[in-house]
Design a binder for this molecule. Structure first.
Ligand SMILES: [Zn+2]
Length: 197
C-alpha cells in the first residue's frame, strides 16, 4: 500500500511540502501522536518518507547534486603549444589515471604532446580553454558518471581487455570503449568547428 502511494510522490511533492510545514506547525501545537500509539496518517507517513529520502538521496527528492569540475588551467606557450597545467589534479578529482585522461584528450583533439617535470601537459597545437573543457565534459560523460544513478563516484577497471565503469554508489557496471589512439588529422572543417567553440 505504502509503495503504491509512493509512486504518486512526484506529483505530490509540492503539495506535500506545504502539508509538511502546515503539519509541523499543527504538531507543535498539539503533538497529537507523541503520547499515543495510533497509526501515522497518510501525510505523516509521506513526510517521514521524504525526510529519509532527502537525508539519504537528495537527488531523488528533486534536489539535484551537480557534478562540477575545476576549470582546466590553460595557457599558450609560443605559437605552437598549449599548456594544460592542472591535468593531474583534475584527473585525481575524477579518480582517473592522468594517462587515461591525456589519451582521451589527444584522441579528441587530434594531437599529441608530453608531460613535463611539473606534471603539466604540453599539448602540440593551439587550443582554447573552452575546447579543453568540452573534451573533459565528454570524458566525464563517457568514462566517469554512472548512467544509472548519475553518481560521479565510479571506478574504471580493466577486465579481459575490456574497460568497465563501476559505480560505487549503486553498484551498477557498464562497459566502455577503449580510447582510439593514433593521430587523427584535423580537416579544415574540424579547424573551423574548433574556432567556433
Ligand atoms: Zn550508480
Amino acid at each position: 500500500m505504502l509503495q503504491r502511494q509512493l509512486k504518486k510522490v512526484p506529483q505530490l511533492v509540492m503539495r506535500t511540502l506545504t502539508l509538511v510545514s502546515l503539519r509541523r506547525r499543527r504538531k507543535r501545537r498539539r503533538k497529537s501522536w507523541l503520547n499515543s500509539d495510533r497509526d501515522y496518517t497518510y501525510s505523516e507517513l509521506l513526510s517521514r518518507a521524504f525526510k529519509t529520502l532527502r537525508q539519504n538521496n537528495p537527488e531523488l527528492a528533486g534536489e539535484k547534486k551537480r557534478y562540477t569540475i575545476v576549470p582546466p588551467s590553460i595557457h599558450r606557450e609560443g605559437n605552437k603549444k598549449t599548456i594544460f597545467a592542472n591535468v593531474a589534479d583534475i584527473a585525481k578529482r575524477m579518480h582517473r589515471n592522468p594517462e587515461h585522461v591525456i589519451q582521451f584528450l589527444f584522441a579528441e583533439l587530434g594531437t599529441s604532446g608530453s608531460v613535463d617535470g611539473a606534471q603539466r601537459l604540453i599539448i602540440k597545437g593551439r587550443f582554447q580553454q573552452k575546447q579543453i573543457e568540452n573534451v573533459l565534459r565528454h570524458y566525464i560523460v563517457d568514462y566517469v558518471t554512472c548512467k544509472t544513478c548519475k553518481s560521479p563516484d565510479t571506478i574504471l577497471h580493466k577486465d579481459n581487455r575490456l574497460y568497465f565503469v563501476q559505480c560505487e554508489a549503486c553498484g551498477s557496471s557498464r562497459s566502455v570503449t577503449a580510447i582510439k589512439t593514433g593521430f587523427k588529422a584535423q580537416t579544415k572543417e574540424d579547424r573551423r568547428a574548433a574556432k567556433r567553440v
